[in-house]
Design a protein. Structure first.
Length: 271
């Protein structure tokens, strides 16, 4: 577990504060576990499903069936195979074109996106199970009990104080810091994925992991230039459609057609 975290913040009001998120003590963890157990019991009494019950429910309703389970396993195994192909030499020669490695890495990206989409509905439903609600209650208590100002004063006197201000900048920063501490969350998780590590090694992506060309310009999978919003642009940075036709800032086509009347005389559009 990481050490205590000191976090300087500048609030929307302009006020600057520094909070300290401390490691939970044994006593605090004990109280948090009791809150977890109590919340879980209350959920069961209220008829809220457990993860096991949810799995059965999703199978009965066809939300998560054997086909989806097999698809998850297939994609997971394919990712393992592609990672090995990306980094381990095959046969006598270890020489592989970087462009070929890029294709493998991009395929891994696409597969991982497909896996996330496949699991999205299941994960969303699991967030409402007894276990998830109990986990959240435990975490909320830990944040409320472990967050201090720099002078040693507690930010939240009670759990209710934290819950009532859970949308504030301080609460968000404290929760993020504590989650990183107790769950060992990797803030650079995406950049540490094998496919992204490869793409970074050969400058196929920028710092935001967006694909770039040899000149450092952002591009799509086909090498067409795009801006920070993913919109197609030309060499001058102006918006175009996928075929290179000019667009205005709102994404509307810039007229390049001259209309004439039946006698061939140019017609001036209204407005």
């Amino acid at each position: 577990m990481e050490k205590d975290k000191k976090i300087p913040l500048k609030l929307e009001s302009g006020k600057e504060v520094t909070i300290v998120v401390k490691q939970p003590t044994t006593g605090i963890n004990s109280r948090a576990n009791r809150i977890h157990a109590k919340t879980w019991t209350e959920c069961i009494q209220d008829g809220i499903m457990t993860k096991k019950g949810l799995t059965k429910f999703m199978q009965e309703k066809g939300i998560w069936d054997g086909d989806k389970e097999r698809e998850q396993l297939r994609i997971t195994q394919k990712l393992v195979d592609l990672e090995k192909q990306l980094f381990v030499k095959k046969g006598r020669s270890s020489k592989v074109k970087a462009s070929e490695g890029k294709k493998i890495a991009i395929e891994m990206r696409q597969l991982r996106a497909k896996l996330r989409l496949l699991l999205a509905e299941r994960i969303a439903m699991e967030n409402h199970t007894a276990e998830a609600i109990a986990d959240n209650a435990k975490f909320d208590f830990l944040v409320s009990a472990c967050t201090y100002y720099e002078n040693g004063q507690k930010v939240y006197n009670t759990l209710e104080d934290y819950i009532n201000s859970a949308d504030s900048e301080i609460a968000f920063a404290a929760a993020s810091a504590l989650a990183s501490m107790i769950y060992s969350l990797d803030q650079d998780f995406e950049s540490r994925l094998p496919e992204n590590k490869f793409l970074k090694m050969f400058d196929f992506v920028d710092e935001d992991l967006s694909l770039v060309d040899t000149e450092g310009h952002r591009v799509d999978l086909e090498g067409r230039r795009v801006n920070d919003l993913g919109q197609y642009i030309d060499a001058d940075g102006k918006r175009v459609d996928i075929d290179g036709n000019p667009l205005d800032e709102d994404g509307n086509y810039v007229p390049t057609v001259t209309y004439v009347d039946e006698k061939g005389k140019k017609i001036t559009p209204n407005g």
